[in-house]
Design a protein around this ligand. Sequence first.
Ligand SMILES: [Zn+2]
Length: 131
Amino acid sequence: MTSQERSLLRGIFQNRCPSCWDGAVFSGPYRMNETCPHCRYRFAREDGYFLGAMVISYFVGGFSAVPTLIFLIFGAGWEPLLATGVSCLQIALLNLPLFHFARLAWLHMDREVSRLAFERDQRGVTSNDKK
Ligand SMILES: [Zn+2]
């Protein structure tokens, strides 16, 4: 994959390794590879690495239910308890797509931040060498 074809969203939605963009991160609905099958990039770098992905999942899942809740209560006139139940069902149905999205988003964001930090450090070393 050329660098022009790479984009953060494409990598996330196509289940691509953030390092080589060829290997798959997930090999099944709830099965994630430990390393990339193509380049051997280790996905979970340490214990608790995916805690940030959990926060993304809670944030997206929670906020996706709010418009449904507001529409059902104020637009359709449903009872708040029933509307809340439907919103909770919506979050439960989004569990699997959100699990994938959150972990892939976390992997790609972490890889991108690491790459930018590495480039910044390289520029810093270069500018220090010139002094
Ligand atoms: Zn890879």
